[in-house]
Design a protein around this ligand. Structure first.
Ligand code: SAM
Length: 361
């Protein structure tokens, strides 16, 4: 067995990717268990996980450490989240999923994994989990929606530390089934850049995932600035002429992103307008219908969160205290910089929560 020094707690054995099993004898999705030197490892099926596929393809690790805090968007039933939980054996993964069926499996998984915090929510509504999610080191997203890049940008602006990294699993065909993957990638990268991010790298996930790229970004003004060589970036041949045609063709709208400052309320109303105008977006329409049901279900998620954190008497003061309330009151441009500048403050609250959670386990 070879230790994969790139990502903590991951290994290669006979060409298979493994992670050190944090829950002994427990299998999450039918994966095979391996035993070496009295330790247990789970096979990480790279055909079922975008992060697994990226690691198998040799992507470098940007910022994923054992004690990282990760916001994972599109958690489904927890296949990849469970491996992220193995990696972050001293950290936490905040796992957002909006569909009740996979979420119930995720909930069961989280009962066994003390570092998984399941959140039943629409990732478009970033304000829904403001009270639960602190500033994080990593935002990972695997959501196959037309507005997936928009969701990613909103969540990074709100939740990612200034020095953090974002990982986007880009499903091109969900954005536009009629266009070439490379075109969609170029436009998505351009949108990320227009919104204050540096694209460190994009890799295709073929042959493990068709029509998918894994794109890694950081804030342009990140203190951990990664030198991006032109060869490591996917080349973007985007120009103004193409941009105009993109704006005209796609309702994956540029106007939602164009203001540099973060304005959630305006963005939401723009988005709702663009959705209701969008006949193609049947997926989102049906998901909107489901949201009110999910909001009801959200209570059960909260109950779970309460029960996992019940022993933490400081929890409410840690998460819903002035820090968050001030954020809602701030004007929009302040809001974004406050979120990022206050990460130290939020982290110290989070440290208190983390320690008490460790004590209670
Ligand atoms: N990442 C998962 C894994 O590797 O185990 C698979 C994720 S699956 C491709 C995409 C998931 O995103 C689905 O479970 C879907 O319900 C969820 N999803 C789609 N739109 C969402 C949204 N707006 N908010 C939260 N979850 C969403």
């Amino acid at each position: 067995m070879i230790d994969n020094s790139n990502f903590p707690n991951t290994y290669f054995f006979k060409n298979k990717l493994l992670s050190l099993n944090a829950v002994e004898s427990h299998v999450v999705y039918g994966e095979r268990l391996y035993h070496f030197s009295q330790k247990e490892y789970r096979e990480w099926n790279v055909m079922r996980s975008k992060l697994g596929a990226g690691i198998k393809k040799g992507i470098e690790n940007f910022g994923i450490k054992r004690d990282s805090l990760c916001l994972y968007l599109g958690a489904a039933s927890g296949t990849t989240v469970s491996h992220v939980s193995d990696i972050l054996d001293q950290g936490f993964v905040f796992a957002v999923e909006f569909s009740a069926q996979p979420f119930s499996k995720l909930l069961n998984e989280a009962k066994l994994r003390s570092n998984v915090i399941p959140i039943l929510s629409d990732a478009n509504k970033t304000e829904n989990y403001l009270e639960i999610v602190p500033q994080v080191d990593i935002v990972f997203q695997d959501i196959s929606q037309k507005n997936q890049v928009f969701i990613f940008i909103e969540n990074m602006k709100r939740y990612m530390k200034k020095e953090g990294y974002g990982y986007l699993s880009l499903k091109c065909k969900s954005i536009d089934v009629t266009r070439r993957n490379k075109e969609i990638l170029d436009e998505s990268e351009e949108l990320l850049k227009d919104n204050g991010f540096t694209v460190i790298k994009s890799i295709s996930l073929a042959p493990f995932e068709k029509d998918h790229y894994l794109t890694i970004v950081q804030f342009k003004d990140s203190p951990n600035k990664v030198e991006v060589s032109s060869s490591s970036q996917s080349s973007s041949s985007y120009n103004n002429r193409e941009r105009r045609s993109f704006d005209n063709k796609s309702n994956f709208v540029k106007r939602d992103f164009s203001s540099g400052s973060y304005n959630n309320r305006n963005n939401n109303s723009n988005r709702e307008r663009s959705y209701s105008n969008n006949k193609d977006n049947a997926n989102k329409d049906s998901s909107d219908r489901d949201i009110s049901r999910r909001q009801r279900d959200n209570n059960s998620s909260r109950d779970f969160q309460r029960s996992t954190q019940r022993s933490n008497s400081d929890r409410n003061s840690n998460f819903s205290s002035g820090d968050n309330r001030n954020r809602s009151r701030n004007n929009d441009s302040n809001k974004r910089s406050n979120n990022r500048n206050n990460s130290g403050e939020k982290n110290s609250s989070f440290e208190a929560f983390k320690n008490s959670k460790k004590r209670s386990n």
